[in-house]
Design a protein around this ligand. Sequence first.
Ligand SMILES: O=C(CO)[C@H](O)[C@H](O)COP(=O)(O)O
Length: 223
Amino acid sequence: MNAKQIAAERAVDYVKDGMIVGLGTGSTAYFAIQKIGSLVKQGMKIKAIASSQASDDLARQLGIPLLEPGNEQQIDVSIDGADEVDTNGNLIKGGGGALLREKILATNSKKFFVVVDESKLVTKLGKFKLPVEIIKFGSVLTLAKLEALGGKPVVRQKDGKDFNTDNGNLIADCSFYPIEDPKALHEQLKQLTGVVETGIFPTEVVTAVIAAYASGETKQFDY
Ligand SMILES: O=C(CO)[C@H](O)[C@H](O)COP(=O)(O)O
């Protein structure tokens, strides 16, 4: 079992019968969704909300009952990966472009577990370019504002075209390393009209980070 799978499955221990679960996105969340699928097959009554079309598709294949979009309810537990986790439990997310829906789930969950392998643990955030979701309308102007703040934004590409989020927006990948005060940077960026959301998840929204190491050891950091 690889480290991502170990961390993800450990977090699924927090999922109990009757819960509503938020499903993250990415290669680590994938293992959590698989495990939740096996719990459903064993007869556990779980309902889920997915943070992306990809995770929605996977959950459907596995027979996990999904709440209808627009009919979401308070979530008991969300489980998701991260691109970076600093020593205080602040995160950068959005490497898969799902940061907005991921943050909606994380901030509406009683508990939010972050599952990572050790490669994601950093002292300061920002070596991983910070994803910032921006709307297409006026994007040149919004990008200029991000540039003026020193973010060196680059519009994410996929298959030779601008990457589109599930919400029909663009992602500007920004360089702010080292991010000394993640919450302050997030708040500054959110004030720019045209910015929908940033990939900074402040430690306040995190219940615990479960990190797995190549040795097979896991550590849980509670916040
Ligand atoms: O934020 C995310 C997607 O928007 C992912 O959780 C993040 O990119 C980590 O992905 P992975 O588990 O594949 O390394």
